[in-house]
Design a binder for this molecule. Structure first.
Ligand code: F6R
Length: 248
């Protein structure tokens, strides 16, 4: 895996935003859609802020952009404070000119008996859009990508999963208390992520240094889902100096 190290999260995020802007403009010139896979959490916040700035100050248009988010808690209402639907609107979609209908975020309100069909349809919509040109990822402290926790199958598709306790703990700060953190989530699978033509995983801060090392330098194993990315033909990690501290 290629690793790009920046002095800070802000600088790393700006570099990724520039790559996305270039991709969007290339696709515009070719009269094609640009299909992006999106992540939530604290990691992409600067990236989305920079994309909003590029739209407002430098005229970057998102009219030809189609997006698919990785995951959403289950169950959750789309307007709940912790919902990833709400996050994406507040951080990005409400501030750019992406047409409504072009962005897709898993729905945390689908009735349980319809989830299987819903997930299959989500995969089909990605395929119908032509597959992801670029997938943006963060990384969990346990190496999860999307909500594919350790042990997730490399052939997994979009599905309902059980969150690890460590993940619930890491995300508890968003909720009034631990018992309110959902136990389930809808997530794209490892194979859904692998179908992206290119993948950028971002990681900031010293608390990510250990898992970045295990993912980049360790064996490629489903026990560290991000290490499976070693098998992707076009993946790079964009990290800050703090997250690079453990690399040899
Ligand atoms: C979020 C996602 C997760 C996060 C990961 C890191 O859509 O898919 O894999 O990227 O849990 O979270 P943060 O960025 O909050 O450290």
């Amino acid at each position: 895996i290629a690793v790009e190290i920046h002095p800070s999260a802000k600088e790393g995020s700006k570099a990724v935003a520039q790559e996305i802007a270039t991709l969007i403009r290339e696709k515009q010139a070719a009269k094609q859609n640009c299909v992006l896979g999106m992540a939530t959490g604290s990691t992409p916040k600067y990236l989305y802020a920079e994309l909003v700035r590029l739209h407002k100050e430098e005229g970057l248009s998102f009219k030809n952009v189609v997006t698919f988010n990785l995951d959403e808690y289950y169950p959750i209402e789309p307007d709940a404070l912790q919902s990833y639907n709400r996050f994406m609107k507040e951080q990005l979609f409400n501030h750019i000119d992406i047409p409504e209908g072009n962005y897709h975020i898993p729905d945390g309100t689908v009735p349980k008996e319809k989830i299987k069909q819903y997930c299959e349809d989500y995969e089909k919509r990605i395929e119908a859009a032509g597959g992801m040109d670029l997938q943006i990822l963060g990384i969990g402290n346990n190496g999860h990508i999307g909500f594919n926790e350790p042990g997730a199958n490399i052939n997994s598709h979009t599905r309902l999963v059980t969150l690890d306790n460590s993940t619930r703990l890491a995300n508890a700060y968003e909720f009034p208390n631990m018992s309110q953190v959902p136990r389930l989530a809808i997530t794209m699978g490892i194979s859904s992520i692998f179908k992206a033509k290119s993948v950028i995983l971002m990681a900031w801060g010293s608390h990510k240094a250990k898992i970045v090392r295990r993912s980049v330098e360790g064996h490629s194993t489903d026990q560290v889902p991000a290490s499976l990315l070693q098998q992707h033909p076009n993946c790079k990690f964009v990290i800050d100096e703090q997250a690079s501290q453990e690399l040899t």
